[in-house]
Design a protein around this ligand. Structure first.
Ligand SMILES: [Zn+2]
Length: 282
C-alpha cells in the first residue's frame, strides 16, 4: 500500500527539484498534511485523495498524476493533497501500536480487531468526509458514535484535518475540486445546485465521465457533510467525487487495482481545467 512515509519521501524529492510543496495543516496526532503544487497559471485545480484511510490507492493515483505533470508542467496550477487523513493511513499500515497509549482506545473502536485494513476514519474515529459544514448530520448513512466509518463528529469541523482542508481551499480559490475515493468507477457532482451552475457542473462531470469511462451519478445519493458537498454549497464551484477502481476488486484494495484507472486518465485535472477555460466557465 502507498503509505504516509512514502508520501513524505515523494514530497521531499519534488521539493528538491524546485516544486512548490508545503503543509495545509496537521492531523490530530500532529502529522503534517502535505501539499504539492505543479504547474502555474491564472487558474488552479484542487485534487484531494485518501480522506478515507482504506482508500490509499487513491493517494497512489494522485501521486502518479503528480509525477506525470511534473515531467511536463501544465498551464494550470494543480494542487495535490494526496493523503488528507495521515493518521488513518498510519493506522491502516501500522495498526494501533503506532498510537502508543491510545492503542487500547483504537482497538476498542475497531471492535477488538487488530486488523485496521478496512478502517476509513481518522484516529479519533471521525469519518472526515461527513464532517464538513454542508447539511452536516443529514447523510443517509451517518452515525453518531465514533468508529471506523460514517461518524459525523461532535460538530461540523470538529477535526483539524477538515478545518485545514477547508481553509486551504478558501485560500487557493480553485476553479474546480476533485476528490479521489475508491471504489466503483463513478462520478458524483450534485449537491443542490440549480440553473446555470447545475448545467456547468454537469457538463464538467460529463466530460470527466467521458475521459475516464466512469458512470455519471445523478443526485446526491444521500450524501451530506462531504468535502465535495461543502465546495458546491459554500464555494459554488464544480466539485467532483470520483470513485476510482473497478468493482471487480474488493477491499482492502491492492496497488494493482489502480493501474488501469491511471492509464485511462493520467492528466485528468489538467484536461478538466482546460475544458473549463475552453467553455468559458472561468
Ligand atoms: Zn471514500
Amino acid at each position: 500500500m502507498y503509505t504516509y512515509g512514502e508520501l513524505l519521501d515523494d514530497v521531499n524529492y519534488l521539493s528538491r527539484y524546485g516544486v512548490e510543496t508545503g503543509a495545509i495543516g496537521s492531523s490530530a496526532y500532529g502529522r503534517i498534511i502535505p501539499y504539492v503544487k505543479i504547474g502555474a497559471g491564472k487558474h488552479s485545480v484542487m485534487v484531494t485523495a485518501a480522506i478515507h484511510a482504506r482508500e490509499h490507492v487513491s493517494a497512489l493515483f494522485a501521486v502518479r498524476q503528480m509525477y506525470k505533470l511534473f515531467a511536463a508542467p501544465p498551464e494550470c496550477g494543480v494542487y495535490f493533497v494526496p493523503i488528507v487523513n495521515p493518521d488513518g493511513n498510519v493506522l491502516v499500515s501500522e495498526g494501533a501500536a503506532a498510537f502508543g497509549s491510545d492503542s487500547d482506545r483504537l482497538l476498542a473502536l475497531n471492535g477488538g480487531n487488530e486488523d485496521f485494513s478496512l478502517w476509513k476514519a481518522n484516529a479519533a474515529g471521525v469519518d472526515l468526509n461527513v464532517n464538513f459544514n454542508a447539511r452536516w448530520g443529514e447523510g443517509a448513512q451517518n452515525v453518531r458514535t465514533a468508529g471506523s466509518e460514517n461518524y459525523i463528529g461532535a460538530k461540523p469541523f470538529s477535526e483539524p484535518e477538515t478545518v485545514a482542508l477547508a481553509e486551504f481551499t478558501r485560500k487557493i480559490k480553485p476553479v474546480l475540486t476533485l476528490s479521489y475515493h475508491a471504489k466503483g468507477r463513478e462520478i458524483y457532482y450534485e449537491f443542490g445546485q440549480s440553473g446555470e451552475r447545475l448545467r456547468r457542473d454537469r457538463a464538467v462531470a460529463e466530460y470527466a465521465a467521458s475521459l475516464t469511462g466512469y458512470r455519471l451519478i445523478e443526485g446526491t445519493r444521500g450524501s451530506a457533510g462531504g468535502y465535495k458537498d461543502w465546495c458546491v454549497q459554500e464555494l459554488k464551484i464544480p466539485s467532483l467525487t470520483i470513485e476510482l477502481v473497478s468493482d471487480n476488486f474488493s477491499h482492502p484494495l491492492p496497488d494493482e487495482s489502480i493501474y488501469e484507472d491511471f492509464a485511462r486518465a493520467p492528466l485528468l485535472p489538467v484536461q478538466l481545467c482546460d475544458f473549463m477555460k475552453e467553455n468559458g466557465y472561468v
